[in-house]
Design a binder for this molecule. Sequence first.
Ligand code: IMP
Length: 181
Amino acid sequence: MPQRPYVIDEMISAKQIAARIEELAAEIGREYADTNKLVVVGLLRGSFVFIADLVRELNLPVEVDFLEASSYGNSTESSREVRILKDLRGEIEGRDVLVVEDIVDTGYTLSHVRHLLSGRRPRKLKIIALLDKPARREVDIKADWIGFSIPDEFVVGYGIDFAQRNRNLPFIGKVRFTEDA
Ligand code: IMP
């Protein structure tokens, strides 16, 4: 399907993201100060850049694992049905776990993932999301840490895609559709 033409307007700069990650990592370090090893679980694929930067700021012993839940496919609309496409490699029972998400939108993905992982009885389960769109929430769920709260805009960059494009932008930008020429 041909993509409608669009431009990307910068919303959060690479510098702002880096500064916020430093603050968040310090808070997480305090929360998990007593851990012998923190399991950092990245939700694929949108969190891959965030998790890479976050773990390098964490002054804790960490292990990294990934989970993939179904997402939007090629559209900008969320789906209420969440499927697990790739499960964790490791066990989390009795462990300290931090789930790393790119965006909380309707909240369906995170609430499904939290339910799934808490059923495995970790010692502590907390969630960090880089972006939060509170205006879009349909399920009552809150991350324990949020990078930035943003308005209801479709965003890309810093790992986040639109139809598998723009993940490699170093900043967060909003998609603005332009008229056909
Ligand atoms: P939720 O289940 O509606 O909360 O959707 C969460 C997932 O939808 C996120 O992890 C993203 O992968 C995707 N998503 C939500 N908003 C955006 C956006 O603005 N741009 C790109 N992907 C988004």
